[in-house]
Design a binder for this molecule. Structure first.
Ligand code: NOJ
Length: 708
């Protein structure tokens, strides 16, 4: 098994040789990462002269200047430059902005997402940088959490598979390294509050939160970021068990661990783990952090710990060795070759981006109104997010990071929904009235209604804004804010065909839309081409295939509402709800119809080290060619610990021509059926397992597999 793709055969030897020639000051400097916006210009200059190991949030030619300074230091060790390129290299204005991770996860398409990684790597590298702080492998279970948009959704298997794909895409050409984050269980914080304690045990971590990281490590991920928070009251930054024993020793991770922003300082200021920064530095390094992001006193503290013999220097050597190995492997010492800057936002990348947007959009409801027919001569476009590229992009773009730039003008090509409708429906009359904002005490709903009355169909684009998502921005109320619901109600009263398009960072409570609109389309944050892809879908230019990677509750307080929860025995319904979700994981319609038949297992009885092949035939019984995601779920019927009644174990997206039938086969080995026992063993318990194969969590074929 290849854990780490050493492209330079001698990276290990060169790292070892360099390490043997380094002073303790040079080693400590390698373990520090700094950003300009946390330091005074003088200190920033000082750390550059010291030859710190890494920088973040530096772009293009600024990186060249820093590299130049590093080349004047005694050992000329090149710094490594990190950037939050989490849906494209979006902090660089003009680079490709892909749909958010949450949006792209709805594509259920491993190859597509690998391609997203490849494109991003090329653009980041062309811009002079080396390292993306991506993928986010957190599991989005509590929808109040402000960073749901950054995840691949609610399912650990899906998060792991797509995390693996994008990691491979980032790293396979040797342009950049990836960073699996936030290690671990960050999204599970109490009350969906960002950077709080996650009340989870190691058993739970192994069952739900570790598997995606394990897959990223196996895929060759070169760095891992320690989460801000704590698990079961133990701060992650000081958690030797989680970092050193599980990640490094057990999973065999050979890359390096970087803390999240100021984690070392937080051990003092937020987590009250120790009362001084040197104590925090010692705890962080001993736990297994190899690089400190942005607690710059870490450098002086390390030196003082060494001087006073308070830390084993072998731990420092291990950390520096890991960092240098990655730098050699990336070719940083050998004048790294970079693609021409022209690749940034180039035509080929745009094509892949448009494809990604199309595959990511989910058609949630269609009572037959879509695709819009020739009878629709005038279209009214309305809603606060119809023409707001910032909302469409979502978080982590040049608008928001590293500093807010509200008035930035995008330099690359982009299409809002309004743009898209105007382009796709060139031959129709398109009128636009915003109607209302996401927030605010006033509205123009009357004008929107007037426009709607002149039209045959109304496209109303609602959702949320980046002010309601991201770090520090958890929500207790995930309903449509401001006058948005009022706008939809008034538009409904016009009796026109009403299509709701959602441009939002995460699931919202949209049962009113489901009940009152003729069609509902979820785009999440669709990137540069989200608006165009939505308009094309409305026009029927392609057949939608996206499915939800996350469930939508009826009411805010129903979160968490993920599909793969354990059973209770009192009905599981809040007395003041209808019960169930508005939309579930796996929901998503198309313009054709798929029929599943002939589910069969190559063997219905296997041993604990055996496997079976699960096959199903899928027929495209409709009139249009299309792509279907076939999902395989498992239910461990009797188990010594609770297990979900349905757990995704595999999926495959396939293209089927109208009228054709295709067979999909999944290999399922017994070890994929293992549970984690209270004593932390992975055990395959003998007995029956229901195997369910279908296109979502509600309609499937079922068979029984027995493990003997
Ligand atoms: C804090 C965020 O939690 C993390 O995701 C990000 O990569 C770093 N800051 C750097 O911006």
């Amino acid at each position: 098994m290849e854990l780490y793709k050493d492209k330079t055969a001698d990276a290990d030897a060169r790292a070892e040789d360099l390490l043997s020639r380094m002073s303790i000051e040079e080693k400590a400097a390698q373990m520090l990462q700094v950003s300009y916006n946390t330091l005074s210009p003088e200190d920033y200059e000082k750390y550059q002269r010291l030859g710190v190991g890494a920088f973040l949030h530096v772009l293009g030619s600024d990186a060249d200047k820093i590299r130049e300074k590093a080349s004047k230091t005694r050992l000329k060790i090149p710094p490594i430059f990190g950037i939050d390129a989490i849906h494209g290299h979006a902090l660089r204005n003009g680079a490709t902005v892909f749909p958010s991770q949450l949006a792209m996860s709805c594509s259920f398409d491993r190859d597509l997402i690998r391609g997203v990684g490849r494109v991003t790597a090329r653009e980041v590298c062309a811009d002079g940088l080396d390292w993306t702080f991506s993928p986010v492998l957190c599991i989005a279970r509590d929808l109040r959490w402000g960073r749901v948009d950054e995840t691949f959704g609610e399912d650990p298997y899906l998060c792991g598979e797509l995390g693996r794909s994008i990691t491979e895409g980032y790293e396979e050409d040797g342009y950049i390294i990836s960073c699996a984050k936030h290690y671990i269980a960050y999204g599970e914080a109490t009350g969906g509050r960002d950077a709080y304690d996650s009340p989870v045990t190691e058993r739970k971590i192994r069952e739900v939160f570790l598997p995606p990281f394990e897959k990223a490590v196996r895929a060759g991920c070169s760095s891992v970021m320690t989460a801000y928070g704590s698990v079961d009251a133990s701060p992650l930054t000081a958690n030797r068990r989680i970092l050193r024993e599980i990640l490094k020793d057990e999973l065999g991770f050979r890359g390096f661990v970087v803390t999240d922003w100021e984690n070392v300082r937080s051990l003092v200021t937020n987590q009250h783990f120790t009362d001084n920064l040197c104590g925090a530095t010692k705890a962080a390094v001993e736990a297994g952090n190899d690089m400190s992001m942005n607690t710059h006193e870490f450098y002086e503290c390390l030196l003082s710990l060494v001087k006073n013999k308070k830390i084993h220097t072998s731990l420092i050597d291990d950390a520096v060795r890991r960092i240098l190995r990655v730098k050699f492997r990336l070719g940083l010492f050998d004048g790294k070759e970079r693609p021409d800057k022209k690749v940034i936002g180039c035509a080929e990348h745009k094509k892949i981006n448009l494809e990604t947007a199309r595959e990511s959009i989910v058609l949630l409801k269609n009572n037959g109104v879509l695709p819009l027919g020739e009878d629709v001569k005038t279209i009214a476009v309305t809603g606060p997010n119809a023409d707001d590229i910032r909302a469409q992009y979502g978080d982590w773009t040049f608008f928001s990071h590293p500093e807010p730039k509200d008035d930035a003008q995008p330099q690359g090509e982009y299409h809002t929904v309004l743009d898209g409708v105007r382009e796709v429906f060139k031959d129709r009359r398109v009128i636009y009235e915003k109607g209302c904002d996401i927030f605010g005490a006033e509205n123009d709903i009357k004008k929107a209604v007037k426009a709607a009355k002149k039209a045959d169909a109304v496209i109303c684009v609602v959702g949320d804004s980046t002010a309601q998502n991201g770090e520090y921005r958890d929500r207790a109320d995930i309903t449509l804010s401001g006058f948005q619901l009022e706008l939809i109600k008034k538009l409904r009263e016009t009796g026109r065909k009403l299509i709701a398009v959602l441009v939002n960072c995460k699931p919202l409570c949209i049962s009113f839309l489901k009940d009152n609109c003729d069609a509902v389309i979820e785009t999440f944050n669709g990137g540069d081409f989200g608006g165009l892809a939505a308009a094309e879908l409305i026009a029927g230019k392609y057949n939608p295939s996206g499915k939800l990677s996350v469930s939508f509750p009826e009411l805010s307080a129903q979160t968490p509402c993920y599909y793969n929860s354990y059973d209770g025995w009192h009905g599981g319904r809040y007395v003041d709800t209808k019960g169930g979700n508005t939309f579930d994981f796996g929901d998503g319609l198309s313009y054709t119809k798929y029929v599943y038949s002939n589910l069969r297992l190559s063997q219905n009885v296997i041993s604990v080290d055996g496997f079976t092949d699960v096959s199903v035939d899928v027929t495209n019984a409709g009139e249009r060619d299309g792509k279907e995601t076939v999902m395989m779920f498992v239910n461990d019927v009797i188990s010594s610990v609770l297990t979900p009644r349905m757990e995704l174990k595999n999926f495959k997206k396939i293209f089927i021509k109208s009228g054709d039938t295709k067979t999909v086969t999944f290999r399922l080995s017994a070890d994929e059926l293992s549970i984690v026992t209270p004593s932390l063993e992975y055990v395959v318990e003998k007995g029956d397992f229901e195997i369910m194969v279908g296109g979502n969590t509600k309609e499937y074929l079922k068979d029984i597999l027995t493990v003997k």
